[in-house]
Write a protein that binds this ligand. Structure first.
Ligand SMILES: Cc1cc2nc3c(=O)[nH]c(=O)nc-3n(C[C@H](O)[C@H](O)[C@H](O)COP(=O)(O)O)c2cc1C
Length: 326
């Protein structure tokens, strides 16, 4: 059994660097990490000073982001040869403590738990907001993505072209509403951070064009006044969407969505498949309800991912791991 003495400051920082490479809504990185040395546990708390009050009033997106970071942390712990024991919401008395990963000792197989090949993808994955080619996703990978989501306690649906069109119409409606809602528009524009000096927010070069055909409503973060005005381009006519959903809609389900999201994104990245997210309709309760496909029974849609082959996204900065550690 390894003692925590083996977890020196450099290793802890390496684990946290992997965690903070996770995607987060508007790249707010709404997490703080702390080592609980006596229990050999790395704890993740919500950074409530980076909440998105207008666009994410319940903190659902914040939990999804933290879940994605927890997935990376678990992967990094396993990569280092420890057995990771993940707990969601481990202490009811402390609701800001969203997840913890205990290093349960050396395990010769720990590195294989989520596949060593996925660990490398943590730094290769970037959101790509560019048009994708019409090439479809191989059946074997689609099956793997569905199983990955299931392993984390969520479900992943891969809608056909007709259902995808319906989801995109709802997404367009959400996009129009968000652009005409001043508080939301100001909030998302505030997270476009040219120069990325602070390590938070989205640099303009990571944004993509709008779709000339109008059927793929990419999020207009800059609220009708783009900081870099990329000319519109035609996007793929039949986008491959993936819908992540959960049976319930509690904070633990939002965290599980984040685990599933990151598992799916890293698997896709390993296979050279690019990804971006279309979260707009999930942010409006009535539209979110309509995103549900009744054929799938009662469930709560948590995220829409767009998958495809195309140019890689530009890297988005992160605050240093040391500054995310208490
Ligand atoms: C809960 C959540 C919602 C997101 N919503 C969107 C979205 O609607 N549109 C979009 O382009 N990106 C969206 N993103 C992606 C983030 O903007 C992105 O992860 C962040 O800027 C960091 O960049 P990276 O993914 O390239 O590391 C979302 C991410 C999360 C976790």
């Amino acid at each position: 059994m390894t003692t925590i003495a083996a977890l020196d400051a450099a290793v802890l920082e390496e684990l946290v660097s992997a965690a903070v490479a996770a995607p987060s809504m508007h790249n707010t990185q709404p997490w703080r990490f702390r080592l609980n040395a006596p229990t050999h546990t790395v704890e993740i708390r919500a950074a409530l000073d980076r909440e998105l009050r207008a666009e994410d009033p319940e903190g659902r997106g914040l939990h999804v982001s933290v879940g994605a970071a927890a997935f990376n942390l678990r992967l990094a712990v396993a990569h280092r040869g420890w057995e990771p024991v993940l707990r969601l919401l481990p202490d009811r008395r402390e609701p800001q403590l969203l997840a913890s990963v205990r290093l349960a000792g050396r395990s010769p197989t720990a590195g294989d738990i989520r596949g060593a090949d996925l660990y490398e993808q943590i730094w290769r994955r970037h959101t790509s907001r560019r048009p994708f080619s019409p090439q479809s996703i191989p059946r074997a990978l689609r099956t793997e993505l569905v199983e990955a989501a299931r392993a984390e306690g969520a479900v992943l649906h891969l809608p056909d072209a007709g259902e995808a069109r319906r989801l995109l119409v709802l997404t367009r409606e959400a996009e129009v509403r968000s652009l005409t809602d001043q508080a939301r528009r100001d909030e998302s524009r505030d997270w476009i951070r040219p120069g990325a000096a602070t390590g938070f927010g989205i640099p303009p070069e990571a944004l993509g064009p709008q779709d000339t055909t109008g059927h793929l409503p990419m999020r207009d973060f800059s609220g009708l006044r783009p900081p870099t005005h990329l000319p519109s381009q035609p996007f793929e006519p039949h986008p491959q969407l993936a819908v992540l959903a959960t049976a319930h809609d509690r904070p633990a389900d939002w965290l599980r969505t984040g685990l599933a999201l990151q598992h799916v994104l890293l698997l896709a990245t390993r296979e050279q498949v690019r990804t971006s997210m279309l979260h707009q309709a999930v942010e409006w309760p009535d539209l979110r309800w309509m995103l549900r496909d009744p054929h799938n029974g009662p469930e709560h849609v948590q995220m829409i991912v767009r998958l495809g082959y195309g140019p890689d996204g530009a890297p988005t900065p992160r605050a240093a791991a040391s500054s995310a550690l208490d």
